[in-house]
Design a binder for this molecule. Structure first.
Ligand SMILES: [Zn+2]
Length: 104
């Protein structure tokens, strides 16, 4: 269990968060806060990438199927302009930050 207010790990038997004092509700998140993928900014993930992670980044951000994104990207790239767009996206979109160690 994790505190819904500050995100620190909670003892399942405690009724209040030891870090911020917030009462522990029964619907407290069973998992730590979600990774950056679902917090709404576009990045190139470090894993599951084919070339630079541009396709995987768009797929994650817009909840598309990464295989469909890759097929469409490949088709667009066949016309030169698509390849240029891929290079631009590669340069513009930041790489996923390294995962930080879990806070306890
Ligand atoms: Zn707390």
């Amino acid at each position: 269990m994790f505190c819904t207010r500050c995100g620190s790990k909670l003892d399942p038997t405690s009724r209040f968060c030891s870090s911020c004092g917030a009462p522990v509700s029964t619907n407290a998140a069973p998992y730590p806060p979600p990774p950056p993928a679902s917090t709404g900014y576009l990045f190139r993930p470090r894993n599951n990438r084919m070339i630079a992670g541009v396709c995987a980044g768009f797929a994650l951000h817009y909840h598309w199927d990464v295989n469909i994104v890759r097929i469409i990207t490949a088709l667009i790239c066949l016309s030169g302009a698509g390849a240029l767009a891929y290079l631009v996206a590669w340069i513009i979109i930041p790489e996923e930050p390294y995962a930080l160690p879990m806070q306890n």
